[in-house]
Design a protein around this ligand. Structure first.
Ligand code: ATP
Length: 471
């Protein structure tokens, strides 16, 4: 089957099963029956995730002179969330079923049942739409849905030993606010001038009403965000430049273009802080369809204005070149880490019809991930578990490990065909096999994941050969 047919063969169930079987992602608290919508990254998932975060940091912080990083706390002063508008407006519209007690997001229900996009409409408007179309409970089929009402999505906790007298704080629902709160301190370090950005990678928490779709919608997730501060009259231009940068990032990590699109928010859908928002959408398998992968927003001077008002601090920027003060506008590209991982897995998943060693029809599952992101860059495999092959294979593994400085796998168990299949399934781009001939000619066989072709490479030249292909 060819790559273009991937969208037909890949399903979320296959991705979740492969993830568990191979150690990318496990259900959270699994031995206790799991905790709904929590997931843990396993030995391969953590490598994939680290690669994504490292590549992102390199592209947007290290390789640019106009962006600096921070790493802020998850707990922030509660007034931050008053200023940002989250206490007031970070709500989802919720409906309950009076019969079976199931709970739904009104906008999702309307989208699924009626195909209407209603994000941004009021609960009253959504209730009217649901009533008009006589929408029933998707779980039990009864016409017993409540009116839609607002539900704040921030997780709350208390600082202090006594709950009644403690301070209520929130787990941050986005990483962005720390950039606004620390903007003044960063300016004071004297290293940045408008236009400049502050980047952060970290956890965010949202009490989602209807999480699901594997790791697409989580209660606890990671974001990679940049707040990019610009002169107000240069915001439109900076916004356009960020569209291109975000597309460049997706190409860099190897997401194919055919299942990507950009969708502009209309006036009703815009968040309270935004004058223009685009969603980078990906077409996920099956019923999921097009969903937001990343977002890009022009947050104007909304956040700085609000933090000035609530904190009483002057957050104006003094532009020396123009000899005037102003509040910068902020362009915000935001990237969900977990949605990146999900997208990479879905986008790379392929099944190929082949025959097994006995000539029987068989399916080869291949993760066609870009070598930049794969957990292992290569696997070293002695053809058989014999001392005369195992010993040089381990030596080659150690040498490559020392010279390349990337993660490699070593595997001497089971037949070679099975070992190749395992590497295909986890995306390892190259398998290095040491056979009896290697002892004579000092060469190894390198097998390519994508087309299974093989090259014979001298052991001396192997590190250089691999470095060229996985850099
Ligand atoms: P959605 O409409 O899917 O709820 P959103 O518009 O609320 O998303 P943003 O507030 O723009 O999302 O969050 C920025 C990014 O963080 C998203 O583009 C997404 O990649 C990621 N993200 C948001 N919510 C979640 C979640 N519950 N689980 C995993 N990732 C998330």
């Amino acid at each position: 089957m060819s790559m273009t047919e991937t969208s037909r063969i890949v399903t979320m169930d296959k991705i979740a099963a492969l993830s568990k079987r191979r150690g990318f992602v496990f259900p959270g608290s699994d031995i206790y029956g799991g905790l709904a919508n929590t997931w843990d990254y396993g030995p391969l998932g953590v490598e994939l995730k680290r690669n994504v975060k490292d590549l992102w940091w390199r592209m947007f912080v290290h390789q640019r002179r106009d962006i600096v990083g921070i790493d802020a706390g998850i707990l922030m002063h509660p007034r931050v969330w008053e200023a940002s508008g989250h206490v007031e407006s970070f709500n989802d519209p919720l409906v309950d079923c009076r019969t079976c007690k199931a709970r739904f997001r009104a906008d999702h229900l309307i989208e699924e049942r009626l195909g209407l996009h209603v994000e941004g409409k009021s609960p009253a408007e959504m209730t009217a739409i649901l009533r008009e179309a006589e929408v029933k409970c998707p779980s039990c089929g009864n016409a017993t849905l409540t009116d839609a009402r607002q539900f704040n999505m921030m997780f709350r906790t208390t600082i202090g030993p006594v709950e009644e007298t403690g301070t209520t704080v929130y787990l941050r629902p986005e990483t962005a606010q720390a950039m606004f709160v620390q903007y003044k301190n960063i300016l004071a370090t004297g290293r940045v001038k408008v236009p400049f950005g502050i980047a952060q990678i970290g956890k965010a928490f949202r009490n989602e009403i209807t999480p699901g779709n594997f790791i697409f919608r989580l209660l606890e997730f990671e974001q990679m965000e940049i707040e990019y501060f610009v002169k107000p009259d240069e915001a439109a231009e900076a916004f356009e430049a960020w569209i291109a940068s975000m597309q460049g990032w997706l190409a860099h990590i190897g997401v194919r273009g055919e299942n990507l699109r950009i969708r502009e928010h209309d006036a009703e859908e815009l968040s309270h802080y935004s004058s223009r928002t685009l969603d980078f959408e990906y077409r996920y398998p099956g019923a999921m369809g097009w969903r937001e992968l990343y977002g890009l927003a022009n947050r104007t001077d909304y956040d700085l204005t609000q933090h000035e008002r609530v904190s009483g601090q002057d957050l104006h920027y003094f532009d020396q070149a123009e000899n005037r003060k102003y509040l910068p506008y902020v362009i915000e590209p935001t990237f969900g880490v977990d949605r990146t991982i999900l997208t990479l897995l879905v986008d790379a998943y392929d099944e190929e019809a082949t025959v097994d060693v006995n000539g029987k029809p068989d399916t080869r599952v291949v993760l066609r991930l870009n070598p930049r992101v794969t957990p292992y860059k290569a696997a070293v495999l002695p053809l058989l578990r014999k001392p005369e092959l195992v010993e040089p294979a381990r030596r080659i593994f150690d040498d490559l490990n020392a010279t390349l400085g990337v993660l490699l796998d070593y595997d001497e168990t089971g037949n070679i065909g099975k070992r190749y299949r395992r590497q295909d399934e986890i995306g390892t781009p190259f398998c290095v096999t040491i056979d009896f001939e290697s002892l004579e000619d000092q060469c190894v066989t390198v097998r390519h994941r994508d087309d299974m072709t093989q090259d014979r490479i001298a052991i001396d030249a192997l590190a250089g050969w691999l470095a060229e292909r996985i850099a």
